[in-house]
Structures are given as C-alpha cells and as structure tokens.
Design a binder for this molecule. Structure first.
Ligand code: ZN
Length: 351
C-alpha cells in the first residue's frame, strides 16, 4: 500500500518527496498518477510518472517526453531508461514523465483539445485554460523539485530533425551539460515565451531540449542517441557512477560537439513534386543544388539551391511543396566539414 501524505508535513526536513498524494522515500521507486483533468464523460485524466530515488542524496532530474503529444521518440527513450539495470545505482532522484500531453498523445496530435500548444502555456496557472492548468501542475509537481531537466522532442509532423540539443548557451553550466549530452550538434536556441524550458530557467533549473527524428515515429538511431545522451548527462551530474577505470581505458576518444552559429530554412521557389538530392546530415556548399522541383510529368524543373555552406539538420519529409513551403533547415558552423566528418563516423556505442 502506498504511503499517503499527511497534511502540513514540513517538506524541508522530511526525507520524503511528495507527488500528488503520494510520498516517496529514499531508496523507493514508485509509479504515480497525477490527476490533471476530467473528460466530457467524467473520465479522469492523469499524467503518469515514475519516481526513482536513490538511498544517497544527489541531483534531482526530470526527463519528459510528448509535451507535443505526437512526438513519441522520447517516449521510447524513457521506456528504455526505466528498463535499465543502471537505475539500481542512482544517487538523488530521477522523475520520468513519458507523456506530458496525454490529450495530444491519445489523439496522435501535437496539440491540446482546444488546439493550444502546451509548450506555449508555461508556467501556467491553477485557474487558467486546460493547457495552463496542465503546465501549472507540471511546474508545481515536477520542475520545482528538480535541479536538472531533459525535455525530449522530435520534429513536427512530416518534418525530421537530425539528433540535436537546443539550449541557452549563455549559462555556462547549461553549456557544459549540452556538451556532455554528446550529440554532435548543438543549437544555441533562444528561449520562447511560454515554453517549459523558459519557465524552468526562471526556477533556476538547468534544462536541455533534445530534438530528433519525426513525429509519430520510433526511429532507432534517434532513440539510441537520446538514450546515450540521457545516461551521459546522468553520469556527468553525479547521478550515476562514471565507468570503471578498466573500461574507461578501452573507451573511444570522447566525441566532439559543434555549436551552430545560426540556421535558416530554404523555402520552395515553386510548387511541384520534389526530388531530394541532399538529405539529413549532408554538408552543402553555397549555391549547391539540394533538391529539384518539377511538375508531375517531370517537366519545368526548378533547382533548389543552398544559400550558404552548412549542414542539413532538418527537412520536410513530404515530397510535395507549394511555393514558399519550408523544405530544408541548414545550420551554419565555423567548419562544416568537421561536423560532416563527425556525423559520417558517429558510432552507435551506448554508454
Ligand atoms: Zn516538440
């Protein structure tokens, strides 16, 4: 039987952490449902979370996925983290939230039932819209208890992203965490009003946003990159032990990471169907042809060219465009060829 929280329990001196009406003590692992709303038919809707507490003190990390309900690669990443035997050696507290936007998830949708974007509803309010209340609950129950966070995302529907970290690199500690995550590409991303990352920063919680793959897909390379990054970060913040010395000697040299100086989308110069010449992770030179748009007979071709030299970090996966549609996302680096080499040779070693 789960312990129930006593009212007015002084939280500062207690070794227990409270989530909803449940208490989790040191060394305990618990699945808890946070009640968030009631549907039209009076069915209760919950955010299911799992809390794993080590016996020893340490950082408190949340790992969340599906803030956008159709971005499911992160759900599989969290599933694999929760199945790992490594969690038996944890210090501090890990809070996993595989599905934050349970409404969108059950409808294969990015959004909430009222078409709001949950990632524009933070920090939310207890008396606001459904999204605002959900955001408020998430801040109160999860973020406010954490020192660190990882929010797992994918590209939007019909758009795919190469695995990348988005973070505010003006904070030195966040910058270090972004490097430690270990994916080759880091985008110095300004914060957006209403985002979980922005609200967490105001609470002095250090948060990384991982982006990889496409909505509504499980993509093995992306899942492996995210999984490896989460475990790497857990080691670097002292939540999990570093590898034993013996194994450390055998380890391949730590992979470099590169911070994009800027990025831009290339838009379709004409409507039509698309033959893609370059793909995700490819290096492109300024003026190089990255796709060809033609009519359905193969006539009247229009070349789509790169405006600058860089690396393709995101792209539309629908080979049909209207003039002006965003087709290819290119990031600029001080030395794109080094990034390209790294992407070509990146192995699948899971730490
Ligand atoms: Zn997202």
């Amino acid at each position: 039987m789960a312990k129930k929280a006593k009212k007015n329990r002084p939280s500062t001196s207690s070794p227990f952490m409270q989530f909803g009406n449940e208490l989790v003590g040191p060394g305990e692992r618990k699945r808890i449902d946070l009640e968030v709303a009631t549907l039209y038919d009076y069915t209760k809707i919950n955010i299911p979370i799992e809390v794993i507490r080590g016996k020893e003190e340490g950082p408190t990390l949340f790992i969340s996925a599906a803030v956008h309900g159709d971005e499911i690669n992160g759900i599989e990443i969290i599933k694999r983290i929760l199945q790992s035997s490594k969690l038996a050696r944890i210090k501090g507290t890990l809070i996993c939230i595989p599905v934050v936007n349970t409404f969108g998830f059950n409808n294969l949708s990015r959004y909430l039932p009222d078409r709001r974007d949950l990632n524009r509803c933070f920090p939310g309010s207890a008396r606001g819209s459904l999204g605002s209340r959900l955001a408020h609950l998430f801040m109160k129950e999860i973020v406010s208890k954490c020192s660190h966070g990882i929010d797992l995302h994918t590209g939007a529907i019909h758009r795919s992203n190469i695995p990348q970290i988005r973070a505010s690199l003006d904070n030195e500690e966040v910058k270090q965490l972004a490097n430690d995550f270990g994916v080759p590409i880091i985008i110095n991303s300004s914060l957006r009003d209403g985002s979980l990352r922005e609200a967490a920063r105001k609470k002095r919680v250090k948060v990384l946003l991982f982006e990889g793959g496409e909505a509504l897909r499980f993509e093995e390379d992306v899942i492996k990159a995210g999984l490896k990054g989460c475990f790497s970060l857990m080691k670097n913040i002292g939540m999990l032990p570093q590898k034993e010395k013996i194994k450390k000697k055998k380890r391949v040299k730590k992979k470099s990471t590169y911070v994009a100086q800027s990025s831009h989308w290339i838009r379709a110069p004409h409507s039509g169907s698309v033959k893609q010449i370059k793909t995700l992770g490819d290096e492109v030179q300024a003026g190089e042809i990255i796709a060809v748009i033609s009519d359905t007979f193969g006539n009247n071709p229009y070349n789509v060219r790169a405006k600058s030299s860089g690396i393709i970090i995101g792209m539309s996966t629908i080979p049909l465009v209207n003039k002006g549609d965003a087709m290819v996302h290119i990031a600029l680096f001080s030395d794109s060829s080094k990034v390209s080499d790294l992407l070509q040779t990146d192995d699948e070693e899971i730490i």
